[in-house]
Design a protein around this ligand. Structure first.
Ligand code: NAD
Length: 480
């Protein structure tokens, strides 16, 4: 078992108290991490504030050079980092390798190149002998608070834009998956990142996370996690009037029209429900299928589900690992039970696995549910597990109404070959990310943003970078 330390001001720090990190596939303790004290939180914030002053004065190209070195080290260490993700979070190794390549390394290399793109404006003045400039500047100290489902990629999604914009960042990973962030800190040190510019502190959200949010030092909280925590963070940040960027939960509808390529729709619906054991904010959380093709769709979908292989995430050929922790497992079980009791039919799955290789760990069978009503909890609340309800509809208008009937507005999927429906969906779907005839997965230069209660602000690309900047308007008078 490895005892990890936190990374504060370029130093590795222990704490009086520690917390264990478990492998969700076996429930074995694989490491321990410090529980940061109030003094550790303060030290991290002060060192970030100090370091930011000189970091912010470097040119974008100079800052980008650090990110580039870090990217190279991440790429070189890809297999080791992927293994750590699988061990602490439970996703299959091939998915974890993809998380490093397309997520962690992708964000570092993309933002490394953006140092020259941060630009301001020069406006036509109202008065003679005057210039008006709008100058972009770093916000200062950023707090990154992230969940467990992509513990490495989501860290880089916050770190890379924060740093290229000239900020310092204190990252607080989720208590279940702190190792990936700490491993990234080891590589930051090797890349020569100046002390204090990037810090990782570990511990519970309710104490360590809350102390970071309430401190007057940071200017921006960039959060990814559940809606309930996001609301709490927003309330806590209000007292010191901080910027917040919130990436939260989703309940993505997956609409399949009668004119779509059925096999492609089935394969994509499967992938976008069961990838990472259903623990993705943009997952297919509720499938709506046109009544003309519903029987065919369901039969092909069930065939696909039966082919999925559950098992140790480190074994080759495994499609599905465990849920990340016991509470998450019990939540999924509760949702399925409630749906069953409300009259829904379980077409396959519907129970926890506890026998043989699954006697330890947090295993749930891939589950398909039919006979659901739109008002049921399973159609309204985020499941975040390997369970999908399927419902029929009669026409496109009805599908749009059902899709938009949600407090969430993160992602949506539409399969159709009718251009009119595509364009209507672009106009009418209430979501920040829309996938047409394709499965989930953002590009680093897109904009990942939630509508309604799914978020505020957003990540990625030039719009994501904007969250990490503040703008100053300068009025300059000159003579002659
Ligand atoms: P969570 O809200 O429980 O925890 C997220 C982070 O917040 C953790 O680091 C936690 O320690 C911290 N935290 C908890 N209470 C806090 C507090 N009072 N103050 C400050 N920090 C606090 O979420 P989770 O269970 O880790 O993640 C799952 C959720 O994340 C799902 O709802 C999922 O949809 C969402 N998610 C969203 C996106 C997106 O981009 N929109 C991406 C991934 C996950």
């Amino acid at each position: 078992m490895t005892q990890y330390q936190m990374y504060i001001n370029g130093k590795w720090i222990s704490a009086v108290h520690t917390m264990p990190v478990l492998n969700p596939a076996s429930e074995d303790t694989i490491a321990s991490v410090p529980v940061a004290s109030a003094q550790d939180v303060q030290r991290a914030l002060e060192s970030a504030a100090r370091a930011q002053r000189s970091w912010g004065r470097l040119t974008g190209v100079e800052r980008g050079a650090f990110l580039r070195r870090w990217y190279e080290l991440v790429t070189k260490n890809r297999d080791r980092l992927a293994q750590i993700i699988s061990l602490e979070e439970g996703k299959p190794l091939s998915e974890a390798a993809g998380e490093i390549t397309f997520g962690t390394a992708g964000y570092l290399s993309y933002y490394a190149e953006l140092g020259r793109s941060i630009a301001g404006d020069i406006l036509a003045p109202d008065r003679p002998g005057e210039q008006i400039w709008i100058v972009p500047q770093p916000v200062g100290v950023v707090i990154g608070i992230i969940p467990w489902n992509y513990p490495s990629a989501l860290a880089a999604r916050k770190i890379a834009p924060a740093l290229i914009a000239g900020n310092a960042i204190v990252l607080k990973p989720h208590e279940d998956t702190p190792l990936s962030a700490l491993e990234l800190a080891k590589l930051a040190e090797e890349a020569g990142l100046p002390a204090g510019v990037f810090n990782v502190i570990t511990g519970p959200g309710e104490t360590v996370g809350e102390a970071l949010v309430k401190s007057p030092v940071p200017s921006l909280i960039t959060f990814t996690g559940s809606v309930e925590t996001g609301k709490r963070i927003m309330r806590n940040a209000a007292d010191t009037v901080k910027k917040v960027s919130l990436e939260m939960g989703g309940k993505a509808p997956f609409i399949v029209m009668e004119d779509s390529d059925l096999d492609a729709a089935v394969e994509t619906a499967l992938f976008s429900r069961f990838v990472n054991c259903g623990q993705v904010c943009i997952c297919n959380e509720r499938t709506y299928v046109h009544k003309k093709i519903a029987d065919q769709f369901v039969s092909k979908f069930l065939d696909g589900v039966r082919r999925l292989k559950l098992g140790n995430p480190l074994d080759p050929g495994v499609n599905l690992g465990p849920k990340v922790n016991r509470d998450e497992l019990l939540k999924v079980e509760r949702y399925v039970e409630e749906a069953r009791q409300s009259g829904a039919q379980i077409l396959t799955g519907g129970r926890r696995l506890t026998e043989g290789p699954f006697s330890h760990g947090y295993w749930y069978e891939p589950t398909v549910i039919a006979g659901v009503q739109q008002s049921m909890k399973i159609m309204q609340e985020e499941i975040f597990g390997p369970v999908v309800p399927i419902m029929e509809f009669s026409d496109f208008d009805e599908a749009l109404t059902l899709a938009n009937d949600s407090r969430y507005g993160l992602a949506a999927f539409l399969f159709t070959n009718d251009m009119n429906r595509v364009l209507r969906a672009v106009r009418d779907m209430e979501c920040g990310e829309l996938y047409i005839n394709r499965g989930p997965g953002e590009s680093v230069h897109g904009f990942h943003t939630g509508w309604k209660q799914s978020g505020l602000g957003g990540d990625d690309g030039k719009y994501g970078l904007e969250q990490y900047l503040q703008r100053k308007t300068v009025y300059v008078k000159y003579q002659g």
